[in-house]
Design a protein around this ligand. Structure first.
Ligand SMILES: Nc1nc2c(ncn2[C@@H]2O[C@H](COP(=O)(O)OP(=O)(O)O)[C@@H](O)[C@H]2O)c(=O)[nH]1
Ligand SMILES: [Mg+2]
Ligand SMILES: [Zn+2]
Length: 296
């Protein structure tokens, strides 16, 4: 297994030196994109670079491994934020998928920006639905930007959000991630198309994320082939903490271990009834609570 390590502008192909200690993190891979490592250059040769250890991570994202259930897959580390690309049409991203993504990332205490792409394809009705979604998520603390990556609309705002940060870009295949990366970084020429993970088709290899430098201190991580984050085990009593609008109310529920489904004196239920918590959000909460597959 070879890793790309950049040091002072120079790219090294590196291998792991022996076994790395994993800091008690139950993951299948010891190193991930975004990691800062100590590199050892044996006899000064570029081809002999060894990763000696991984420096402490400020945060990380782990997703459920498809192979071993007990261990997750370390997806990326040292992130300032995630950016979820959404499209209302071609393909349609569902509210359930958005909420599931947001909960997964909240669990790792990483902020998320929502990017609504393919603005050029929306008719008036779809545009108005999109505006409602944006109002809702903005009110929850998730900045929203609408763009057309293809026509270059809204890219200045995207740049503002990215500036000086390391951002993990995610979203369904076909929403326009590669198109946006190409637009932000002329000269990159990533392959785009309806089926972006073409190269992985029919194989069972894990797809690794890749980091791009937008400028000196702005980095974007593309996650091709990752269809959903795959929520790590989140306990029922923990789930509402990852809905910001519920988190703010939790201490007011009558029962300490309230599930916010039927209990008397539940402030969350009250807020849903009064329309202060969006019905769609509560629906997402219930389906996650009941372990329903909400990935589409
Ligand atoms: N109409 C329209 N098409 C777009 C836009 N952004 C991307 N596409 C198209 O959507 C398809 C998938 O884009 P791609 O960047 O490969 O998506 P990815 O799978 O998320 O990387 C391509 O045919 C793109 O040309 C957009 O803003 N508007
Ligand atoms: Mg792509
Ligand atoms: Zn409650």
């Amino acid at each position: 297994m070879w890793y790309d390590v950049v040091s002072e502008g120079q790219l090294y192909k590196a291998r792991l030196r022996g076994k790395l200690r994993l800091d008690g993190l139950k993951v299948t891979n010891p190193v991930a994109v975004g990691d800062k490592v100590r590199l050892h250059l044996a006899s000064g040769e570029e081809s002999n670079a060894l990763i000696e250890n991984v420096l402490p991570r400020s945060n990380y994202l782990v997703r459920k491994s498809t192979h071993k259930n007990a261990h997750g897959q370390l997806l990326a580390s040292n992130l300032d934020q995630c950016m979820l690309m959404i499209t209302l049409v071609y393909p349609r991203t569902s509210i359930g998928f958005i909420d599931r993504f947001l909960v997964s990332v909240e669990a790792f205490r990483i902020p998320t920006v929502l990017l609504f792409n393919k603005l050029d394809l929306l008719d008036e009705e779809a545009r108005s639905i999109q505006r409602d979604w944006m109002l809702l998520y903005e009110s929850l603390g998730y900045p929203c930007v609408e763009v057309s990556a293809l026509e270059g609309v809204g890219l200045a705002k995207v740049r503002e959000h990215l500036q000086g940060k390391t951002t993990l870009l995610s979203g369904h295949s076909g929403v326009g991630k590669s198109t946006m990366l190409n637009a932000l970084m002329p000269g990159l020429h990533l392959r785009t198309g309806e089926v972006s993970d073409f190269a992985q088709k029919g194989t069972h290899t894990t797809t690794f994320a890749e980091m791009f430098d937008v400028d000196l201190d702005t980095r974007l991580i593309d996650t091709p082939g990752i269809k959903e984050l795959g929520i790590m085990e989140i306990g029922e009593e923990e789930l509402s903490h990852y809905f910001p609008e519920m988190r703010a109310l939790l201490s007011q529920c009558k029962f300490y271990n309230c599930s916010h489904t039927h209990e008397p004196g539940c402030v969350v239920l009250e807020s849903v009834a009064q329309g202060n918590i969006a019905a769609t959000r509560y629906q997402s909460y219930l389906s996650m609570l009941h372990g329903e597959d909400n990935r589409k």
